[in-house]
Design a protein around this ligand. Sequence first.
Ligand code: UD1
Length: 355
Amino acid sequence: MKIMSVVGARPQFVKLAPIAEAIAAAGHEHIIVHTGQHYDPMLSDVFFRDLGIPAPDAHLGVGSGTHGVQTGSILAQMDEVLERFSPDCVLVYGDTNSTLAAAVSAVKLHFPVAHLEAGLRSFNREMPEEHNRVLTDHAADLCLAPTEVAMAHLAQEGLAERAVLVGDVMTDVLYQVRDRVLASGGANPLGGEFQPGEFYVATIHRAENTNDPERLSEVVSALAQADKPVVLLAHPRVRAKADEHGISLEAGALTTRDPLAYPELIAAVLASSGVITDSGGLQKEAFLLRVPCTTVRHETEWVETVALGWNVLANTPEEITAAITRPTPGPTDATPYGTGHAAGAAVAAISARIA
Ligand code: UD1
């Protein structure tokens, strides 16, 4: 069968890697469409290079814009792409405007849609990701859920019959890359300036932490007060917002670097004493690497990381300080995200349910 993946943002390229491998292993044809939502080389090209992902078959070059402009630009181009490749299934990767636009285009032209990361919910209707994932789940023919909790959300919304639990595909690639990093000695890519266990890795990019200058200042000053150096791997959005509002990202304990390629990010997290983030993927990666995580949000979709003690939600400067200095959580061998074989299960579910 012919499966079309539509991706556009950094975490989707990570998930595309094991899916591309699993599609090839199953002998299916794979068409890759890159919407161009992320276009900086460090947010896009390096992932294709380092994770051995085949080059996209189509690139829509949509770039940045308001939600309507970005989503609409993808919608406007997808009809032609779908008709040109005529896939048996369109696979979308969750959360982003690229996911929603591709799902809507495909259902309108009657191409079956499968949604990876289906059923995740923050229940925060102010987040663009929440609108995108709810609408995409309801448009999709097949909801590929990463966790039992996600399966329960789908059932509550009347989508149980379309839902299959496959596990989390990011776990597949994380384990592969972790093993490669450890086999090569796991040198800290941030350099000798940051001794192992003596610094935090941070990423902040969500609209709710970056758009409002007061909120961004509050987060920056909390990071500046940390007890160890905080290396902020700055997404272009946080740099742009900080520049716009005259907020310095070099203050006290806080220092800023460019985003890292995936293997370097994993090596940096392994060398760190903790992660401070508002990213969804990084919370889970920290848990899987057993590095304590502090999440600068009011809620998380990855509730298992909190329940197991490896992730703490913290928002005020006081909460952030308390969370990053908390004792290391107790060990766990729980595998709420699967054992690293989710991509094969996802492709098998697509074959069984859609072909
Ligand atoms: C998007 C997703 C978010 C995901 C994140 C991963 C949506 C609504 N949001 O957020 O769910 O967690 O990707 O990184 O789809 N920019 C650049 N270069 C780029 C990309 C973005 O400079 O290559 C800047 C632009 O100023 C742009 C801003 O970042 O306006 C925001 O980019 P956008 O794609 O809208 O959302 P993200 O914050 O990246």
